[in-house]
Design a protein around this ligand. Structure first.
Ligand SMILES: *Cc1c(COP(=O)(O)O)cnc(C)c1O
Length: 229
């Protein structure tokens, strides 16, 4: 077994254990293997080992790397997206998890309509309040979803967040819990046109907490592929 396959098995066990602790089904959680900086040969190892979804944070890197991929995987854009890259992003990706402003949603809509696609998107929320982080503030999320969900060619499916960068597990848990509450509120009374099905949160350092707090998508890179140098 390759190191990647071994790491993947460990990560999957940890997701399953966290789901069990929360009384949740493992099947409700999608693992997105984050492949940024990982060459296609190693991504292929992960696909061979059973990874069904991958995430990249740069359009250009995805475009250069993906011709070398074997097998069919769902492709998620998880990084900040510039307007002039939207056309390519719509072409390359199956999901865009990082919509954080209406101008971006409008551009995705326009490009998706032009190619006859309906793009599932998540609205990125800045749950930590760290100013370096992307994402709309929790207070503004509802208004952004309301507007984005009315656009053609786009389907708002939920929220994405990046947890606070701190060793304080309780602070991380609190941020995830707050995001989950926001998600639940929006799911219970969804803005017209939105279907709030997915909450994407949790990375290598905090995915078990995220699963315990209700994540449907976890985005995991270094725990599978090793540290990025
Ligand atoms: C890099 C990245 C991840 C994965 O980070 P790891 O700590 O390597 O698991 C998840 N989400 C986003 C948005 C990222 O940029």
């Amino acid at each position: 077994m390759s190191a990647i396959a071994r790491n993947l098995a460990v990560v999957n066990d940890r997701i399953a254990a966290a789901a069990a602790r929360a009384g949740r089904s493992r099947d409700d959680i999608l693992l997105v293997a984050v492949t940024k900086t990982v060459p296609s040969g190693r991504v292929n190892e992960a696909i061979s080992a059973g990874v069904g979804a991958i995430g990249e944070n740069r359009v250009q890197e995805a475009r250069a790397k993906w011709p070398g991929l074997r097998g069919d995987v769902e492709k998620h854009l998880i990084g900040r997206l510039q307007r002039n890259k939207v056309s390519r992003a719509v072409e390359l990706f199956d999901w865009i998890e990082s919509v954080d402003r209406i101008e971006l949603a409008e551009e995705i809509s326009k490009r998706a309509v032009a190619v006859g696609k309906v793009m599932p998107v998540l609205v990125e929320v800045n749950s930590s309040g760290e100013t370096s982080k992307a994402g709309v503030s929790p207070k503004e999320a509802g208004a952004l979803i309301e507007r984005a969900a009315l656009l053609p060619g786009i389907r708002v499916e939920g929220l994405m967040t990046i947890g606070p960068l701190t060793p304080d597990e309780e602070a991380v848990r609190l941020a995830f819990r707050e995001t989950r509450r926001l998600f639940d509120r929006l799911r219970d009374e969804p803005p017209r046109g939105a279907e709030m099905n997915r909450l994407s949160m949790g990375m290598s350092g905090d995915f078990e907490i995220a699963v315990e707090e209700g994540a449907h998508i976890v985005r995991i890179g270094s725990a599978i592929f090793g540290d990025r140098s």
